[in-house]
Design a protein around this ligand. Structure first.
Ligand code: ZN
Length: 291
């Protein structure tokens, strides 16, 4: 599943071809991709809106849409300018296998294309989704979808004291906590394993067993791993979403030697997710029990 670096990479790639384009029509081939409003209303409302910005919040792509032309009476395919808000937000979550690409309208539809946005330059933004878990929302306020999500780990306001406070307010094992989107935005299975390996923390360590130094190391590791992965344009998870250059240091490396100590990497299941760690660098009992 694409995580923060992959979604960020996709957002950056879509900006150039899509910002400034007006959506002329929307065709929905798989109705359940549209979470809200009803699919017909979704398609009708989008017509005539211009993409002003594309951003990311957690693992969501957030398109800011301006209805200036709709309000000015622009009507390409029977769009009704009346009663349309000046700004709308299109949120897309790729889930397991969602892909977005911009192609010429003459290109034949692909097998799993679920939603097609016709742009005013003859190109189309196509959402392809083999597994069909991807979702879209068209809302007046993005918080209606993302309101319960935790802080952005790369945000300037996300400081070590804030992270420490968050960790200290929770109990239980650290890896499931990192996967919890209400705790922290955008970290999934790959980057949770990578961050814990870099910080030398076992995935099942309890939050209340972590020393101040370990919490600080984890904070720095999460940010370093995510920044590096964004620079590398994400990782190639084999799902065809993003074929980035980030090479995991521990994730998916079961039985191969640890890059730090050469012990074989082990795999176990934590919170129903395959979890990779080095038994030597990431001891279950912590490196220091001196308090
Ligand atoms: Zn190791």
């Amino acid at each position: 599943m694409p995580e923060l670096p992959e979604v960020e990479t996709l957002v950056r790639r879509l900006r150039e071809p899509v910002i400034g384009r007006t959506i002329e029509d929307v065709t929905i081939y798989w109705k359940r991709t549209v979470a809200r409003p009803a699919p017909k209303e979704f398609a009708r409302m989008l017509r005539g809106y211009t993409v002003q910005a594309i951003d990311r919040r957690a693992k969501y792509l957030v398109f800011t849409l301006l209805g200036v032309e709709a309000l000015a009476g622009y009507s390409n395919r029977g769009a009704t300018p009346a009663n349309q808000p000046p700004t709308l937000f299109l949120l897309i979550h790729l889930k397991m296998s969602g892909k977005l690409r911009v192609v010429d309208h003459t290109e034949p539809l692909a097998k799993h294309d679920r939603v097609v946005f016709e742009l005013d330059d003859g190109r189309q933004l196509r959402f392809n989704d083999v597994r069909k878990f991807g979702k879209m929302w068209l809302v007046a306020d993005p918080e209606m979808v993302t309101g319960s999500i935790g802080p952005e780990p790369l945000d300037r306001t996300f400081t070590l004291p804030k992270f420490r406070e968050l960790v200290r307010s929770r109990s239980g094992a650290i890896k499931p906590l990192l996967l919890n989107q209400e705790f922290l935005a955008g970290v999934g299975n790959i980057y949770a394993d990578e961050s814990l390996w870099l910080a030398r923390i076992h995935p099942l360590r309890k939050t209340d067993s972590l020393t101040e130094a370990e919490v600080a190391a984890l904070y720095r590791s999460i940010r370093k791993v995510l920044r590096t992965a964004i620079e590398d344009e994400g990782t190639d998870a084999g799902d065809g979403v993003i074929e980035g250059d980030y090479q995991p240091r521990v994730y998916g490396r079961t039985a191969r030697p640890c890059y730090r100590c050469h012990q074989p990497i082990q795999r176990m299941v934590v919170a129903q997710r395959g979890t990779h760690f080095c038994p030597q660098c990431q001891p279950r009992r912590g490196r220091s029990r001196r308090h």
